[in-house]
Ligand binder design. Structure first.
Ligand code: AG3
Length: 285
C-alpha cells in the first residue's frame, strides 16, 4: 500500500512525502496536529496540514532562528520564545550557559504533549530549569509581563490561521516594548517565492520596519518548506545583524552546529535581487 502526505505549497503546487505510518493525530482547540514517520525525513510534525518540522531538516530552522541573534548581542540573559511548542528553539537556546531565563509562550498545550511523546529529542530541553512554559496567547502574555527581555524569538505558524495575530503592527509594538533598550526580535518570516507567501512576507516586513530602527531579512534553505526557501526577520533597537556580529566570541563558545557558521551568518543577509526589490518596495512606503 502506498501512503503519501501532501501539502499545498501554492494553489497549483504540492509537495509530497512518503509515509511509513501515522503516529499521532488529533484536533485540538486550536488546530489539527499530526505526527507521522517518513523514510526520507524521519518523524514529521504537521499543524493544519503544514509541515512544521521534520527530524531530518529541523536543525536548519532551529539553528538559524537561534544562533544568528545569539552571535550578535553580547549579553543575552532573558529570552522570550513565542510558539515553538515542539521545543526545537529551546533545545538550541539551552546550549548557552549565559542565558538565565527562557519563557516559552505556546497557545496549544497539545502540541507540547505530542512532541514530548513522539519527538523526544526535539523536546529534550523543555525540562531545563531555566525554561518556564506558559500556555497562553502571546499578545495577552506580553502585555501583562513585567519581565524585560534581551531577545524575543517568534517561532509561530503561518500568518493564516491561529497565529495571524503574531504578524500585526500591534504585536510588533508590544514586542518592542517588552525588549530592553538593546533588545533583538527575530521571527519566522515566511517564504518569498510563491505569491500568497510573498505578499504576507511583505506585509509583515513593512510592519516590523515601521516599528524597529533596524530591520533586516535573512534566508535559509529548508527542503520541506514552501519552495525550499525560507526567511527570518531580524529586528533590533540597536545592533546591526552583520556589523555587530562578534564571530570570535561565538566561536570561543565551541558549540557544534550542523548548519550555522559565522561565515554563513553574513552570507544569509545577502539576498537575491528580486527579494531586495520586494523589501525595498515596502520599506519606503
Ligand atoms: N515553526 C513554524 C515554522 C512555520 C513553517 N510554515 C510552513 N512550513 N508553512 C517551526 C518549528 C521548528 N522548531
Amino acid at each position: 500500500m502506498e501512503l503519501w502526505f501532501s501539502e499545498f505549497h501554492a494553489p497549483d503546487v504540492q509537495h509530497s512525502l512518503r509515509v511509513n505510518r501515522q503516529l499521532f493525530s488529533m484536533q485540538s482547540n486550536f488546530q489539527r496536529i499530526d505526527i507521522f514517520e517518513t523514510p526520507e525525513f524521519g518523524r514529521v510534525l504537521a499543524l493544519d496540514g503544514n509541515v512544521q518540522l521534520t527530524e531530518r531538516d529541523e536543525f536548519i530552522y532551529d539553528e538559524m532562528i537561534t544562533h544568528v541573534p545569539m552571535a550578535v548581542h553580547p549579553n543575552i540573559h532573558d529570552v522570550l520564545v513565542i510558539g515553538a511548542g515542539d521545543g526545537g528553539v529551546v533545545k538550541e537556546l539551552a546550549r548557552y550557559e549565559t542565558i538565565r531565563r527562557i519563557d516559552l509562550v505556546e497557545m496549544d498545550p497539545e502540541v507540547v504533549k505530542a512532541c514530548r511523546a513522539y519527538l523526544p529529542e526535539n523536546a529534550s530541553r523543555l525540562d531545563d530549569a531555566r525554561v518556564h512554559i506558559y500556555y497562553d496567547n502571546a499578545l495577552r502574555f506580553i502585555r501583562r509581563a513585567a519581565e524585560q527581555y534581551d531577545l524575543i524569538i517568534v517561532d509561530s505558524t503561518d500568518p493564516f490561521g491561529p497565529s495571524e495575530g503574531y504578524f500585526t503592527r500591534e504585536f510588533y509594538g508590544i514586542c518592542y516594548n517588552a525588549l530592553r533598550e538593546d533588545g533583538i526580535m527575530v521571527n519566522q518570516q515566511g517564504s518569498p517565492f510563491y505569491k500568497h507567501d510573498a505578499e504576507a512576507m511583505q506585509r509583515s516586513h513593512q510592519r516590523i520596519a515601521q516599528t524597529f530602527p533596524v530591520c533586516r531579512v535573512y534566508q535559509a534553505h529548508i527542503p520541506t518548506y514552501a519552495a525550499g526557501y525560507w526567511l527570518f526577520g531580524f529586528a533590533s533597537k540597536k545592533y546591526h545583524p552583520v556589523d555587530d556580529l562578534d564571530a570570535e566570541a561565538w566561536k570561543k563558545l565551541n558549540l557544534q552546529t550542523k548548519y550555522y557558521t559565522t561565515k554563513l551568518h553574513k552570507g544569509a543577509f545577502y539576498l537575491p535581487a528580486f527579494l531586495e526589490r520586494m523589501l525595498e518596495e515596502v520599506e519606503t512606503k
